[in-house]
Design a protein around this ligand. Sequence first.
Ligand code: BGC
Length: 758
Amino acid sequence: MTKINDLIKNMSLEEKAALCTGATAWTTTPIEHLGIPELTVSDGPHGVRRVADVNTLIATSLPATCFPTASCMASTWDVDLIHVMGNAIAEECIALKVDIVLGPGTNMKRTPLGGRNFEYFSEDPYLAGQLAASFINGVQSKGVGTSLKHYATNNQEYQRLTINAVMDERTLREIYLPAFETAVKKGKPWTVMCAYNKLNGAYGSENHKLLVDILKEEWGFEGFVVSDWGAVHDRVASLIGGLDLEMPGPREQRVKAVIEAVRSGVLDESVLDESVRRILGIVFKAAETSKDGSFDIAAHHALARRIASEGIVLLKNNGILPLKEQKHIAVIGRAAKKAYFQGGGSSHINPTRVDIPLDELQKLAGDAELIYSEGYREDENLDQSLIDEAINKARHADVALLYICLPESKESEGYDRNDLDLTLQQVALIKAVTTVQPKTIVILNNGSPVVMSEWIGGTAAVLEAWMMGQAGGGAIADVLYGVVNPSGKLAETYPLKLVDTPAYINYPGENGEVRYGEGIFIGYRYYDAKEVLTQFPFGYGMSYTTFIFKNPKVSAATFKDVDGLMVSVDVTNTGMVAGKEVVQVYVHDHKSRLVRPPKELKGFAKVELQPGETKTVTLRLDFRAFAYYHPAYKQWITEDGEFDILIGASSTDIRWAQTVTLQSTQDLPSILKRESTLRDWMEDPRGKRVLDPLFQKINAQMQTMFGGGEGEAAGMDPMGFLMDMPLSDLFQFLGSALTTSPEDMVNGLLAKVYGTDL
Ligand code: BGC
C-alpha cells in the first residue's frame, strides 16, 4: 500500500490519466520508468479467448479449452466442480500470458429469449451467486484474476448498449444484485465489469449508486471496475461515477479529457488517484504470478467432458435409457457430426480439439451399427427429402437418436432470440421420426430453453445437453450409455410456451426503456405465484437411480434471525447404480408486510451415493435466507413469524416441509410519516404505543357510527375500511371531538414517535 501511495505521488497527471484507459484492446498502459507493468486481459467466461495481437479486438484466438457454457455449468449445481474448472482456466491463462479472464457472467435470466443467456447461470440469484463465487475462487486461487460481469441489470441483448432498465429498488436488491453481491463478498473478484445499459436512467459506466455506493462502499469491493468494451460515454463522468479503467484502448481523447478536467477543476484529482490506486493494486498482484509454460490439453479436455456430463439434464426417460443391447442405432441430425458446443460473440473460444458426437458414441456402442442421416440442413430451410431419409433409417433401427441443435445464428451476444422454437424442419423431423419409431431419444444442444409441447409426447427420452463445450460429444455418449449417471438439474424453468414467461408483456421495451413490471417475480417465483404450469420446473432433472429423503431436521423450532438455522436430511440411493442428487432447500414466509414469492431457494448441496448408501446433508440458512429488502427501511429486514423450510429435489418436488418460528432481533427505526395509514401505525411498535389510547377511542366512535360494528349503517366492515386510511383522514370522523386540526394531531403523534417536534 505504501509502495502504491508513493508511486501515485511520483506519477504525473498524464501518467495517471493514461493508466485509467487501456493501451490496446486487451492491455493497460505500462509506465516503465516507475516499474509499472502492463496488465493483459482476455475473454471469458468458459475458456480463454487470448487474441495473439492485442491490438485487434476480434481475431482467431490462441487454442484453449472450450468448457461448457454457463447454463451447462450451472446445471451441475456443483460448486466444487466449478472451482476445479476455474483452476483449469487459470492454468490456461498462465500459459497464454493472461492476467485476468473476463468472467464469470452472472446476470439474471429474466427472459429465456436473452441472446446471451448461455453465458449466464440462472434465473435464481442465490444459485447464480454461489456458482459465480466458486468460479472466481477457482481462478483466483491460482493467482489469476477475474472480471465479474456485467454489473448490473444487463439482462437482454436487445438495445443492450443503451436500453434503460427501469425497476424498483426492491427488485434490484432482491433479484438483480444478490448474485453479484455474493460473488463479490465470497469470491473477491479482482475486477468487476460494468454493464453497457442504463439502470433507472444512469449508464452502467457512470452509475455512482451501483459502482461506488453499493459495490465499493456497501459490499467492500477492493478491486477495480473496468468498463465493458466501449461502455464509456463520458470519461470524466464515468470516473466520478466509480469506473476505474476504460477499455478498450487506445483512446487519446479520453486521456486528454481527464487531464483537462483535473486542470480545470471539474474533476478532483483525488478521484483519479483513487482509481489509479485500485488499478495499481491489481497490476502488482497480477505480476506476482509469472505467466509462462503450457497446460495439459488432454487433462483439460477430460475435465470439460466431466463437467458437460454432470451438466446434461435428463428431462424425460420412459426407461429406454441408459442404452444397453441395441444393435442398430439410427443417429439422426447434423449435430451428431458437427458438434454445437458454444455460442456466438466475445466468449467464442478457439478449441484445442472437438469431440465428434457420432465418433464418441461409436466408441461406447462397440459393435452396434450406427446408421447416420443428416435430418436437417444447416440453414433453416425445409428439406423433406432429409426427413424421408431419416424416417427410413429410424423405422428399421432398434432405437433412434435425434441430435437437434439450434441454428448457430440463433443464440449470440448482441441480439436476442425471437422465439423459443426449434426450426420448423426440426419439429417436423422429430414428429415424423417418433411416429415410425417410438424408441426415439432427442438430444438437444442449445443455450437456453426451447419449447417442446408440440413434440415431446412422442419421444421416449429427452436429454438437454446445452452448449456443452468441446468435449460435450463424449459427455452425451457417457450419459446415453450410463457411463455417467445423469445428475444435472435445471437452473432455469422450461416454460410450456413463450407467452407464459414472466417478462412477456414487459419485454423487450420500447422508446429506449424496458420496464421490469414483473418485479421480484422472475423464473419459478413467477410460475409458483401465478400457478402457471411449466414444461419442466426449476431444479428438475432425472437420474438412472432413485433417491429418498428421510429424517429431516432443523436445529431449532424457534430461532433468532442472526443465529440462522441448520437444516439436515438423510438421502439414500434406493436404486441399482451409483448416482448424485441435489438437495434443494427453499424457504416460504407465512406472512409478511410486503409481498414475497411463494418460495425461494436458500441452500443446496450435491451428494454422491453408491446403491443403498445414505448420507446426511446439512445446510446452513443464515439471516438473509429469511430476510427481504424493504425499500422504506433501505435495508434487509426480518419479521417475527412462521416460515416453512422446504426440502426438495426440484422447486416443485418438495419432499418435506417443516414450520419454524423466527424471532427478529432487529430494532428497526420508525418509518411513519404524515400519509401513514392506521395499519402502518399499528404495525410500528413505537407508533402503536403512541396511538393506542386514541385508537381505542376511535374504534368505539366508529362502532357507534357504523352501527354497533355490524356495518349496518353503511353496509361495510368499518375496520376493513379504516385500516388503510391515513390517520388525518380518519381523524376527520371524530368531528367535534377533535380539539385541533387532524393534521396537527398527526404531527403531534409523529413528534412523540420521533421524540422531537416536526
Ligand atoms: C462483452 C463483454 C466482453 C467484452 C470484451 C463486450 O462486448 O459484452 O462480455 O468481455 O466485449 O470482448
